[in-house]
Design a protein around this ligand. Structure first.
Ligand code: FPP
Ligand code: MG
Length: 334
């Protein structure tokens, strides 16, 4: 079970990481609030709901720390952080429609409360507010970086949907999915953060690659949660299997088992993936083939690659905070 103590511990670890940009994060929150406002009463009540259930703010933290590490936080950094947070929120609202998910961060999803039609349109609203913000501030380079990330996210989601229908995802395809659906936006955080603070082309490229590695480690951790007894906050255990999403621990195990076992496991995912006993069978199968250990190893490889990239930058407290954020990503309990 996720206990209150573990949740609080996790949150205070994040607070320490966010210390060098504490004031800037507060300023960002106001900036973000403004950027999400609408005069249309129905939209305003929905955006208020969104603002009330704020998440861990990992993405704005990454934008601001990347800026702070390189040339310092400035107006462009706030535009980048709000732009990315708007796109991120839009993607989650849409994702809950795609996945037919009724919960997000322990709260009801927009899809659950207002239904799919409203949720799709609110996602579109958030996306357009992000694009307009960048245009209004004439931040075309930041807009370019963020728009590329959106394209990659959509490609990643589509590949994931196709693979969950065919149930034939390979290891390479899994890495392509996580790189696109999750890591691309994290890479956009660190690249825009670097760019906004006046970083060189080389700095921006290094930070983009840092974001890709961190993002892949982040998603593998997320996928590991699904196989852990306690599950993640607001999410029932075995959620991915219920959504027919095959992730690294399972893909690896399926590559190493007998043909018969493979046929049986694929049968469960296709026909009986909501049955508790059957899901438990999949957990045992993954344990037998050490799928969790393999995924953990891969996650650590990505983590180490991310940490190596940071070595290219001069030491300062924001760099230490980014280092700790990388470590937190793979140790976190939520
Ligand atoms: C969560 O994945 C979802 C994503 C990482 C990306 C979703 C992207 C889109 C729906 C494309 C549209 C993008 C925009 C900007 C409108 P998950 O379902 O594996 O994780 P979860 O457990 O958090 O739901
Ligand atoms: Mg989802």
């Amino acid at each position: 079970m996720l206990t209150l103590a573990r949740y609080v511990q996790s949150m205070s670890e994040l607070k320490i990481i966010q210390k060098p940009i504490e004031k800037e994060l507060k300023a960002f929150e106001l900036h973000f609030k403004e950027s999400i406002q609408s005069k249309v009463p129905f939209l305003a009540s929905i955006t208020n709901y969104i603002l009330r259930r704020k998440g861990k703010q990992i993405r704005p933290t990454l934008v601001l720390l990347s800026s702070a590490m390189i040339g310092g936080v400035n107006k462009s950094s706030y535009t980048a952080a709000s732009l990315i947070e708007l796109l991120h929120t839009a993607s989650l609202v849409h994702d809950d429609v795609v996945d037919e998910a009724y919960e997000r961060r322990g709260y009801f999803s927009l899809k659950a409360i207002w239904g799919s039609k409203v949720a799709v349109l609110v996602g579109d609203f958030l996306l357009s507010q992000g694009l307009l913000l960048a245009v209004e501030k004439k931040e075309y380079e930041l807009l370019g970086i963020a728009s590329e990330a959106v394209r990659e996210m959509v490609e990643g989601e589509l590949l994931q949907i196709r693979k969950s229908r065919k149930l034939d995802i390979s290891m390479d395809e899994y890495f392509e999915v996580i790189r696109k659906k999750t890591a691309a936006l994290i890479a956009a955080c660190t690249a825009t953060g670097a760019k906004a603070s006046g970083g060189s082309e080389e700095d921006v490229e290094l930070m983009r690659n840092f974001g890709y590695d961190l993002g892949c480690a982040f998603q593998i951790k997320d996928d590991l949660f699904d196989y852990e007894k306690q599950g993640k906050i607001g999410k029932p255990v075995g959620n991915d299997i219920k959504e027919k999403k095959m992730t690294l621990p399972l893909i690896y195990s399926l590559q190493n088992c007998t043909k018969q076992e493979r046929r049986h496991i694929i049968y469960i995912i296709r026909r009986d993936n909501k049955n508790k006993k059957r899901i438990e069978e999949i957990f045992q199968f993954v344990n037998k083939y050490k799928g969790l250990e393999y995924a953990e190893e891969k996650m650590i490889e990505y983590k180490n690659r991310a940490l190596d990239i940071l070595k290219n930058f001069p030491d300062n407290e924001s760099k230490y905070a980014l280092t700790e954020l990388v470590n937190y990503t793979i140790k976190r309990k939520v």
